[in-house]
Design a protein around this ligand. Sequence first.
Ligand SMILES: Nc1ncnc2c1ncn2[C@@H]1O[C@H](COP(=O)(O)OP(=O)(O)O)[C@@H](O)[C@H]1O
Ligand SMILES: [Mg+2]
Length: 441
Amino acid sequence: MKAIVVGSGGREHALAWTLLRSPQVTEVVCIPGNGGTARLPGCRNVAMAMDEVDAIARCALVNNMAFVLVGPEQPLAEGLADKLRAQRVNVFGPGADGAQIESSKAWAKDLMADANVPTAASAVFTDADSAIAYVEQQGAPIVVKADGLAAGKGVTVAMEKSDAIAAIQSAFSGQFGAAGERIVIEEFLTGQEVSVLAVTDGQTIRPLLPAQDHKQVGEGDTGPNTGGMGAYAPTPVMPADLLARVQSEVLEPTLNALKAKSIDYRGVLYAGLIVTPAGDPKVIEFNCRFGDPETQAVLPLLETPFEDIITACCDQTLSTLSAFKWKAAASACVVMAAEGYPGPYKKGLVIGGLDSAEADEDTVIFHAGTRMAQDSAQGTAQGTVKSTGGRVLGVSAIAPTFEAALAKVYSAIDKIDFPGSFYRRDIGHRVKGMASGMEGN
Ligand SMILES: Nc1ncnc2c1ncn2[C@@H]1O[C@H](COP(=O)(O)OP(=O)(O)O)[C@@H](O)[C@H]1O
Ligand SMILES: [Mg+2]
């Protein structure tokens, strides 16, 4: 079986790597892929843009690809899955209608209200004056969110009313373009955040192992938000009984609400949850695709052939698949970023030592922002790996315990020669010492 993965991040490297672990999968084409997928045996990068629908469809049909797995939200929101399906290509990923669950926070809030899914109380505004009046009435802390896709930069958690008002004014002055023409203002919730990535064929929905990530750049969860500096799975914050509640209180009702709108949703439904101090799961947001970097932590634990899960979602046969099998182990992923990230950073940094860092069989380095530079001076077929982004590598490892997985990750990082990079040394600090529940469930 051959398949296409669309995207160029660490998530897509992890998706391709997981597919290729199965002997059934003989080739993965990454469109466009990155330096890591270029180095991955069995994987081939094809330089096409993610909106070149006809070229992607031709690649899928001519090469008899079993499916196209779309990684990022932007092409899904733009209807890539619909356009490929219209050309009879099997696609994992919702159409533009279903992708609204991520591309419009107001739409998602309405859906949650229809489905009676627990979430923060909220109101939607299309002008600054009424939004400000609402904040004056509600008080702080309060959360202001641009409605549309804003690359993770559209949310302000305002501890003071003045911060909320400033966020409202900047959204309506065009800071987020069309994405900020509508805003959601919602109740501030406290508790630990957990990501539950579920897969669905539109009829049946099943969660993967729950994960947690670290969004902030600085140790102790300080400083500005990033795309994610590390992740781990499973997490003791979401034991099996709580995950069962997420299934019945969040995932199933949400899928039913999508069905009630005649939306045929085949792909990932990612619930970003907060576990309140009372122990109840509440939805912070939904995403319509695999999480990054959660995927790089979750998938190394998967024992069920990944292509079986993807195929079952595409073919609407998920209910016939036996329960997903997971390694009884813990997994962690630590991101190495270019100095300065999430602010301005240098590109083209040379990365060495990858082979020795990956020598351990339970360690894998997923590339997020790299490319292979064909270095004729060196004359090697491999070439040189150079950075192209802010988040550059995700170093993942699995081990019987969470502490051992982290120790493997950090010892691999020590072997990577990457001047001009940094990483957080405290990934997993929120669950250190919470031993129970880390075994696979
Ligand atoms: N209601 C809320 N209460 C407290 N924190 C929130 C709330 N909504 C969002 N946040 C914080 O802001 C972050 C980003 O919000 P989210 O809705 O996930 O938007 P996005 O991922 O699109 O930027 C969350 O991960 C969470 O830390
Ligand atoms: Mg989020």
